[in-house]
Design a protein around this ligand. Structure first.
Ligand code: ZN
Length: 182
């Protein structure tokens, strides 16, 4: 498995961009965030990084999200340095605007993470409504991307990218084989 070395190369590239004040590769940032969210579905910094990576024309947010993520990850720069090309293909080409893109990517992330949680056999959902523990769906309402919960009469569980700081720890996943430094 070369996952770890690939992951480290991505983190190195992200670190270098943040350090140098260069433009952060959105695709790379998104991939890194999704990888983390597979293990820690409610990782606040990874969630912010994922969403910042699809928030067009907001380089400042993306850079600060990347810096916050690296800090939370406990990243220490390795020795690898060099250009890295990233495959495209995650972003929906048919998204009409930023909000549509955000919702579309949030849905893709939800499906990918649900699969990684083996939802079919475990029943684990992501992201779960803090109040009901039910899985939520990304929707655009009143110009804002939100996670909608069908619990009760239905309600907004959270704005996409703005989950409350305190999340039930029982929804966290174990890191598995992922090696975490720090
Ligand atoms: Zn709910």
């Amino acid at each position: 498995m070369d996952d770890r070395s690939e992951r480290e190369r991505r983190l190195d590239a992200l670190y270098a961009a943040v350090r140098d004040g260069a433009t952060v590769d959105r695709q790379a940032a998104f991939d890194i965030a999704m990888n983390e969210l597979e293990y820690f579905p409610l990782h606040a910094e990874a969630s912010e990084l994922a969403e910042a990576s699809v928030a067009d024309d907001d380089e400042t947010r993306l850079a600060s999200a990347a810096a916050a993520y690296l800090d939370a990850y406990g990243y220490e720069p390795g020795t690898w340095a060099g250009d890295q090309e990233w495959t495209a293909g995650i972003f929906p080409s048919d998204a009409a605007d930023d909000l549509s893109a955000l919702v579309a990517v949030a849905e893709q992330a939800r499906q990918a993470i649900m699969e990684s949680l083996q939802y079919q056999s475990t029943g684990r959902v992501w992201p779960a409504c803090p109040a009901h523990g039910l899985g939520t769906s990304p929707e655009a309402r009143h110009g804002t991307g939100i996670w909608w919960c069908d619990g009760g009469d239905g309600h907004v569980a959270a704005e996409i990218g703005h989950w409350a700081a305190s999340q039930p720890s029982r929804y966290r996943t174990e890191p598995g084989s992922l090696s975490r430094g720090g």
